[in-house]
Ligand binder design. Structure first.
Ligand SMILES: [Zn+2]
Length: 443
């Protein structure tokens, strides 16, 4: 079996959530994107259908569904000033499309006509979907979640199934008003893998990335336990031509840790705003998020920001807009490449793959902003995955004391242009046992 076929087999495993990838982003009530969707109450009612706990073919028997529901809601409650009011109901079907629903925000997995309609033609590529109802003022009045009854869910990492808790946590982000994030490794990232991608359990999205936390705090503020919340960074970017830098990914990382704090995409006029950040020291970057490799620009550092609580830092910048001679599209692990972040653990080393265009181990180097990550010298090698994609791999060494969260690596060409794989390494508590010993000498 050729390597090319291997890639396509990964794509089959790689099922996406609904919608488009758009940064840590909020949903809007209007096309001009001024009315941000959010609940007008801090106590949000949510009803779980008994279809989730009655024996059914869509959920692996003996799964800990009630435990996963509790943990998933708590995960969001800890991050922001919201509480859920939970009930269980025999109701099976969500409200049909229309101006308003029945007022009950339902989570269901029942295979009813109304629920299946929500998936349209995507019934075999999407794990779950959320329909949000809102009024003219942008207040969410109801949000219904359907877990795709053509898929199977579990809570024990069974390969070939979706993780129930990870899926639910992502969909509750939509229920609360969040859109997809462009930060790999964020719970609100638009791609979710089934258990088995990279030969690992897909538990990453059970826990929130700092990016998810910033996003939800932008909508609801932090709960009272968090004293350093919140500040914002806003600004405007222009290309060298003077045109607005539209759809550029702008992200902030902890100046000391190098951990990704939050990222957004710039608007059509080049403006951006990152809210919900803890007071502290951040480094800011901008990178062309365009999918067309031939038109994309090298990353640029926007500077360092000292952010006070309740303050907004402002950055205006004209970018140099240097074009790149390569493109990073995928990361990978265990020989597979995809758009999913790779889960890693502190105190271990891992072989990380990168896929894209014009990637050649002889012409590029790998680096990190985080002092907790280093690359093993001379570990960079080429792989043959066929003509459509160039793939290289390197070994990353992760310091034992690295804080949990999302980290980036960058690829720099000899021509000095650089691209970041933003947040594509996610330090998790669940074990990635596939650490490498091969390149370590004195074990
Ligand atoms: Zn989604």
């Amino acid at each position: 079996m050729s390597k090319t076929i291997k890639i396509f087999s990964v794509w089959l495993l790689l099922l996406s959530f609904a919608g488009q990838v758009a940064a840590y982003a909020t949903q809007f009530a209007d096309s001009s994107e001024t009315l941000r969707l959010h609940w007008n109450t801090r106590l949000i009612p949510i009803a779980f259908s008994t279809s989730l706990i009655k024996p059914n073919p869509y959920i692996k028997p003996d799964s800990d569904i009630t435990g996963a529901v509790e943990r998933s809601l708590e995960t969001w409650e800890k991050a922001a000033n919201i509480k859920f009011q939970v009930s269980w109901t025999d109701k099976q079907s969500i409200s049909p499309t229309g101006k308003s629903g029945d007022g009950i925000s339902l989570v269901t997995v029942a295979q009813t006509t109304e629920n299946i309609l929500l998936f349209g033609d995507d019934a075999n590529v999407v794990s779950a979907r959320t329909r949000v109802f809102f009024n003219r003022k942008g207040s969410i009045t109801e949000a219904d979640i359907v877990l795709n009854p053509y898929e199977q869910f579990s809570t024990d990492g069974l390969f070939g199934t979706f993780d129930f808790e990870a899926t639910l946590t992502h969909e509750i982000g939509h229920l609360l008003g969040l859109e997809h994030s462009s930060i790999s490794g964020a719970t609100m990232h638009g791609q979710q893998g089934k258990n088995g991608v990279y030969n690992l359990s897909s538990f990453s999205s059970r826990t929130l990335a700092e990016d998810d936390i910033s996003g939800i705090r932008a909508l609801y503020g932090a709960n009272s336990a968090e004293e350093k919340c919140c500040g914002a960074i806003s600004g405007k970017l222009l290309q060298a031509t003077g045109r607005p830098a539209k759809e550029f990914q702008v992200w902030a990382e902890g100046a000391e840790s190098g951990r990704v704090a939050a990222g957004v995409l710039t608007n059509a006029d080049g403006t951006f705003r990152i809210e919900g950040l803890l007071a502290g020291q951040y480094r800011l970057y901008a990178q062309d998020a365009g999918r067309d490799a031939t038109k994309s620009f090298s990353v640029e550092e926007l500077g360092e920001v000292s952010l006070g609580k309740g303050k907004t830092a402002v950055i205006f910048k004209k970018l140099k807009s240097e074009t790149k001679d390569f493109d990073v599209r995928y990361v990978g692990f265990n020989g597979q490449i995809s758009e999913l972040a790779v889960p890693i653990n502190g105190g271990k080393s891992y072989l990380i793959y990168v896929g894209g265009k014009n990637l050649d181990s002889g012409k590029v180097s790998i680096g990190f902003n985080s002092p907790y990550l280093t690359v093993t010298p001379k570990s960079l090698i080429n792989h043959n995955y066929g003509a459509d994609v160039s793939v290289i791999s390197f070994e990353v060494n992760v310091a034992a004391e690295i804080p949990l969260g999302e980290y980036s690596f960058f690829i720099k060409s000899k021509g000095a242009n650089t691209e970041f794989a933003v947040g594509s390494l996610t330090v998790e508590t669940f074990i990635n046992q596939w650490n490498s010993y091969r390149l370590l000498t004195d074990e």
